[in-house]
Design a protein around this ligand. Structure first.
Ligand SMILES: Nc1ncnc2[nH]cnc12
Ligand SMILES: [Zn+2]
Length: 327
């Protein structure tokens, strides 16, 4: 059994496997612009973040009903359980659905109907993180937060994702403050393709408690020192970085250097249906391509719980499971 771990950087829409996309298209009478599963899978060849996002948003069109969102989440939880995931903090992109006429309730009710029984059904506790699309306006983000108010008991945190370069964190200062005032935790994608200054600004302007990706911190020694001193978690996604060409090859991934610098690094799958593997596959990739030792891999598993928004009791119980496990 794969080592127990948390997954902290996972877009539920990025778990839409081609097979499920075709099933949902059929159920909803939608014709996909691909003749079959293999042709669709063959289209998963990306040059950068935007080339991926174009397909990611297009394929979401098959998600229409509460049952579709339920089935999407159930398929992810089933795969995650087999990868050793015991806790998942799951992103979703409300604007990507409401802008095509799907009510927010449909999205949240569908996802939560699967997540609410996940601990019993799959042994996985879950949190939901509502992400704002940074390539849309700050007003649209605020409208989304307002629309989510009746559902806040289902939501742990807000996040910030989509096209990074040209959409700096400070554009969303006000909505992140409003989210904090509502008692929500805060995370943000920063330093995936964008510069180290975006990481500073996510910390200083948004109050981000965790940085999603964050690999570009390695360009700024002062930032490395700050992140190491504060033990601010970074949710790193190695397969994603290679597929979106933020890093040339897995062998050249900065993750070992990040660990050596004393950063609180975690390993995650981001959009596993698109990037060639789920979270444990990422761990195995690091073992094979970067020679991470079993002890380093166990540290990454422990970090995943340390960096989570779990209660101290469940966090410590899960860390004890890692301690009792070999890689
Ligand atoms: N890797 C990623 N970066 C930014 N936005 C995303 N949305 C889904 N995956 C993403
Ligand atoms: Zn992401």
């Amino acid at each position: 059994m794969p080592i127990p771990k948390a997954e902290l950087h996972l877009h539920i829409e990025g778990t839409l496997e081609p097979e499920l996309a075709f099933q949902l298209a059929h159920r909803n009478n939608i014709t996909l612009p691909y003749p079959d599963v293999q042709t669709l899978r063959d289209a998963y060849s990306f040059t950068d973040l935007q080339s991926f996002l174009d397909l990611y948003y297009r394929l979401m069109d098959v998600l229409r009903t509460e049952a579709d969102f339920h089935d999407l989440a159930t398929a992810y939880l089933t795969r995650a359980a087999a990868q050793g995931v015991r806790h998942a903090e799951i992103f979703f992109d409300p604007q990507a659905h409401t802008q095509r006429g799907i009510p927010l309730e449909t999205v949240i009710d569908g996802l939560t109907s699967a997540l609410d029984t996940s601990l019993q059904d799959h042994g996985i506790s879950t949190h939901l993180i509502l992400c704002f699309l940074r390539d849309q306006s700050a007003q649209e983000a605020m409208d989304t937060l307002d629309a989510a108010r009746p559902h806040l008991h289902h939501i742990t945190a807000v996040g910030l994702d989509s096209a990074e370069v040209g959409n700096p964190p400070e554009k969303f200062t006000e909505v992140f403050q409003a989210a904090a005032d509502l008692g929500l935790r805060r995370v943000a994608h920063a330093g995936e393709e964008g510069p180290a200054t975006y990481i500073w600004n996510a910390l200083n302007h948004l109050g981000a408690e965790r940085i999603d990706h964050g690999i570009r911190c390695m360009d700024d020694p002062e930032l490395i020192t700050h992140l190491a001193t504060t033990q601010t978690p970074l949710t790193v996604c190695p397969f994603s970085n290679v597929r979106l060409r933020a890093v040339p090859t897995l062998d050249q991934h900065p993750l070992p250097a990040m660990m050596d610098a004393g950063l609180l690094v975690t390993v995650n799958s981001d959009d596993p249906a698109y990037f060639g593997g789920y979270v444990h596959d990422n761990y195995l990739g690091l073992q094979h391509h970067l020679g991470l030792t079993d002890e380093q891999l166990r540290t990454l598993a422990r970090n995943s719980f340390t960096a989570s928004f779990l209660t101290p009791e469940r966090r410590d119980a899960l860390i004890a499971q890692v301690d009792a496990h070999t890689f």
